[in-house]
Ligand binder design. Structure first.
Ligand SMILES: CC(C)(COP(=O)(O)OP(=O)(O)OC[C@H]1O[C@@H](n2cnc3c(N)ncnc32)[C@H](O)[C@@H]1OP(=O)(O)O)[C@@H](O)C(=O)NCCC(=O)NCCS
Length: 187
């Protein structure tokens, strides 16, 4: 696996209820609305600590597409198939092509929580990652992000591998502990 594997990867996935697409400028208005509406549930997300402008959302979507075009990561914005409502964003990033492994990230729209939609979106991207040859996909969440910990272990079925002490600074700039979860290709 290498950068070109990511560049050649599908940019569109379909699940029972969702359409997942690589970011585009056309998504910016929906992302802007979603981030601003979901701010109260995004306390652990460094890039969502204050209201966004539409320009910020445009830069976010265009910057995301550039990273996908450059083979740095895979990013999908998920929409309901029937209404085109924005459900959330899922990405595979921090690739180590030698292993090969990557980390998965996900941020859902608060209005669509608790319906299994983010689970559906994330499992589709996990499936793509394993089809591309990943040997391991990691999900890492702050120890206080209880909803994300529950989601990783019980929603996604990732294995909890333990606590990582002072691994990063959190959205407030404080050193924080995180939990490491991992998933492996089907045997
Ligand atoms: C982490 C996050 C993505 C989880 O989203 P979510 O809305 O809980 O995701 P889902 O709805 O897919 O979760 C599954 C839940 O839906 C329920 N559900 C309802 N209908 C379902 C269906 N048809 N299929 C599967 N599950 C279904 C499940 O029972 C489960 O409920 P539970 O939480 O009580 O166990 C979301 O909380 C979020 O965006 N948080 C803020 C960003 C963040 O912190 N991201 C993580 C950074 S590390």
């Amino acid at each position: 696996m290498n950068r070109h594997t990511l560049i050649r990867a599908p940019r569109r996935l379909e699940t029972a209820r969702l359409l997942l697409e690589a970011p585009s400028r056309a998504h910016a208005a929906a992302v802007y609305d979603s981030v601003n509406t979901s701010l109260p549930t995004l306390g652990f997300i460094a890039w969502a600590q204050a209201p966004w402008t539409l320009e910020r959302a445009i830069r976010f979507c265009e910057g995301g597409l550039k990273m996908v075009d450059d083979g740095e990561c895979l990013i999908f914005n998920a929409f309901l198939r029937d209404r085109r409502a924005f459900v959330g964003r899922v990405d595979l990033h921090s690739f180590d092509f030698e292993t090969p492994r990557a980390e998965i990230g996900y941020v859902g729209d608060a209005r669509h929580g608790g319906q299994g939609l983010m689970r559906e979106a994330v499992l589709a991207v996990v499936g793509l990652g394993f089809e591309m040859g990943l040997a391991r996909i990691e999900a890492i969440s702050e120890v206080d992000n209880h909803r994300a910990l529950h989601f990783a272990e019980h929603g996604l079925g990732f294995r909890c591998e333990g606590r990582l002490h002072h691994r990063e600074r959190n959205a407030r700039g404080d050193l924080c502990d995180q939990m490491m979860f991992a998933a492996f290709p089907p045997a």
